[in-house]
Design a protein around this ligand. Structure first.
Ligand code: AMP
Ligand code: FE
Ligand code: FE
Ligand code: ZN
Length: 295
């Protein structure tokens, strides 16, 4: 069983249409794929259709942009009812924040002598509600200012870069609660991946677990072997589920090929069981969590 629980499509900042992502996963020999676009479930329907066609197991999820103690945390949310009103409200705020910061980024780029327009970004982000820095990067490539997304992040868009602009992110603990209420389960994405900081650590993760967090993504390209060992030990101490995934973005992110990291089948089974428990409670409350697609 090869299981990849973190991938992006053109519904956010991946470069493949959701159906093509699912077909590529099947072609890569994966048995289970999760589609986890940033802050949106827009790719789910097309992905489901493709999963039924090619016969792969599909977990519908998303990667929610959250904030905790002043820092950004990406939260993988699997199998929630995406119409749960308070969840929709948070996602809508995040998506509005994504849109609102684009003009500010373009103003900063213009101050650096780089002319990129709203229309350039709109073209690069066609088909997604979750406009992100990768789309601004694609627009920079299109106008010839940089070679690829990596150069755009290194020179302009990365945190602390001259065209970096912050945006709204949903409160982490509240989002964990909302996803659980909506019948889903949550896993912190690449917990130590985006900085060299070993945060969130065991005390923070224990608190989040008390709110409903199910697991942490340990095997991720942005984690060093040392970080993986430490995170695995924390998961063992707290009895958190351990996942491993590619964080594939099509051709948008190098060294993140489908299946480059995978999740152990036993850990996946624990996650699906936790989701089944949450889904039962959510259904009793009148919600409709989507469940795993067994194609
Ligand atoms: P945003 O969600 O708009 O803040 O943009 C963050 C996204 O940019 C993340 O999902 C990453 O996938 C992507 N990203 C960050 N650094 C890079 C990079 N160096 N090259 C390509 N994509 C990146
Ligand atoms: Fe991304
Ligand atoms: Fe992420
Ligand atoms: Zn991701």
């Amino acid at each position: 069983m090869r299981i990849d629980l973190h991938t992006h499509s053109r519904a956010s900042d991946g470069t493949q249409a959701p159906g093509d992502l699912v077909r590529a996963a099947a072609a890569a020999g994966l048995d289970v794929l999760a589609i986890t676009d940033h802050d949106t479930a827009d790719g789910w329907a097309e992905a489901e259709q493709a999963a039924l066609e090619v016969g792969i197991e599909l977990v519908r999820g998303m990667e929610v942009s959250t904030r905790h103690q002043g820092r950004g945390v990406h939260l993988l949310a699997y199998l929630p009812d995406p119409t749960h009103p308070p969840l929709v409200e948070q996602l809508t705020r995040v998506l509005s924040g994504r849109q609102a910061r684009v003009p500010d980024m373009l103003t900063r780029l213009r101050a650096l002598g780089i002319e990129v327009t709203d229309a350039d970004v709109a073209r690069a982000s066609a088909g997604t509600a979750a406009t992100g820095r990768p789309h601004v990067a694609d627009a920079l490539v299109a106008v010839g200012a940089v070679r690829d997304r990596t150069e755009a992040f290194d020179r302009y868009l990365g945190a602390g870069g001259p065209a970096y602009v912050d945006r709204y992110a949903a409160p982490l603990a509240e989002t964990i609660r909302l996803v659980t209420e909506a019948g889903g389960v949550t896993v912190v994405a690449h917990p130590w991946g985006r900085s060299q900081r070993e945060w969130p650590g065991e005390p923070e993760l224990a608190e989040l677990q008390a709110v409903g967090l199910s697991g942490i993504e340990v095997d991720h390209e942005d984690h060093t072997p040392g970080s993986r060992d430490k995170l695995r030990a924390i998961a063992r101490n707290l009895d958190l589920v351990v996942t491993g995934s590619s964080d594939h973005h099509g051709t948008g992110k190098i060294d993140h090929e489908l299946g480059c990291n995978t999740t152990d089948p036993e850990q996946y089974a624990r996650l699906v069981e936790a989701a089944a428990r949450a889904a039962e409670a959510a259904r009793a409350a009148g919600l409709a969590p989507p469940g795993v697609v067994r194609g």
